[in-house]
Design a protein around this ligand. Structure first.
Ligand code: HPA
Ligand code: ZN
Length: 336
């Protein structure tokens, strides 16, 4: 009998919370800087990696936005996403919904077309060469204004067929979801799927706002929901998925040790929690590293592992044919 950790590694699953700019490994940052004739403020790959000692979300975001500044051309975006898909597929991720932050690039003068076409062609390649399904979700940076978010949406609409939904990320505290109610109302009119980061560092009230003001279909992180029993009951009643990122929570000091991580409590509360890597190049691991370390730290059972994989399929924005296909793959892997 395989252990729960071995099972977690082997089974097919979906990844629903991965920022593609957070998959830029230091080696690729250096390679792209060289290719684009850019100087970096770090002497070596090792020196850059050594700077990855974060104390909170903002201390990470400062380095994350700096790393993304090497991305200039369509091929850069393609190569970054392709490297992620190869790693995800090696971890038996069969479906991935990939966040991207256009404002990080358009604010540096990179055209929206360059960003979206580079990422979309990598998704297409992943479908063709890796047999995965892959989709894009455009995230608005919440530290910027509502007006900037509206302008970003407008600029992206010519490429509407290349992304399935919108999200909300960056510095959470002080930038509640309600700041973007009108932008998300417009996105719903456009039939975009709706997600938002809430309850990573921000209070449970931000999760209520994401649900009620933005009308989110999933909550990204949501770990602070456990502080509000009424909210937990509502999330369970709605079967609202939470895209939880254990190694991110550890590296950004949301939890002080993985043995304190709320994943088991979320599952025991009956919530539709999933495992995801968030920014794997910065937080020390991709999908399977997140699964294995969480299983070991919390002594999760084989049943917990199967529930987490099933939740990821249930929470995916795929059509029912693809959902049944992924469910059949999971069932075959469990019984095999
Ligand atoms: N939280 C908020 N914004 C982000 C994150 C995160 O974990 N990763 C990349 N942008
Ligand atoms: Zn995130």
């Amino acid at each position: 009998m395989t252990t729960a950790a071995e099972l977690a590694t082997a089974i097919p699953k979906a990844e629903l919370h991965i920022h593609i700019e957070g998959s830029l490994e230091p080696e690729l940052i250096f390679a792209l800087a060289e290719r684009n004739g850019l100087a970096l403020p770090y002497a070596s790959v090792e020196a850059l990696r050594a700077a990855y000692a974060f104390t909170d979300l903002q201390s990470f975001l400062d380095i994350y936005y700096a790393g993304a500044s090497v991305l200039l051309h369509e091929a850069d975006f393609h190569d970054m996403a392709w490297a992620y898909f190869l790693r995800a597929r090696a971890d038996n991720v069969v479906h991935s919904e990939v966040f991207f932050d256009p404002q990080t690039h358009t604010s540096r003068g990179v055209p929206m077309a360059t960003v979206i076409q580079g990422l979309a062609s990598a998704c297409e390649r992943a479908r063709g060469e890796l047999g995965m399904s892959a989709e894009l979700i455009l995230c608005f940076l919440r530290h910027l204004s509502e007006e900037d978010a509206f302008a970003t949406l407008e600029a992206a609409l010519p490429y509407r067929s290349h992304f399935i939904g919108v999200g909300l990320d960056s510095s959470e505290v002080g930038h509640p979801p309600s700041k973007f109610s009108r932008v998300f109302a417009r996105c719903r009119e456009l039939d975009l799927r709706i997600v938002a980061h809430a309850g990573e560092e921000g209070p449970p009230d931000y999760i209520w706002e994401a649900l009620n003001d933005l009308k989110t279909e999933r909550i990204d992180h949501g770990v602070r929901s456990l502080e509000d029993p009424k909210l937990v009951a509502e999330l369970a009643r709605r079967r609202m998925p939470l895209t939880v990122c254990p190694l991110s929570n550890l590296k950004l000091c949301v939890v002080s040790d993985l043995t304190d991580h709320p994943m088991k409590r979320l599952l025991d509360a009956g919530l539709c929690a999933t495992v995801n890597s968030d920014d794997p190049a910065y937080f020390g691991g991709y999908m399977n590293a997140n699964f294995v370390q969480t299983v070991q730290a919390l002594q999760l059972s084989r049943e917990d592992v199967i529930t987490l994989a099933r939740n990821s399929i249930e929470a995916s924005f795929v059509n029912e044919t693809r959902r049944e296909e992924m469910t059949a793959m999971l069932d075959a892997a469990i019984s095999g």
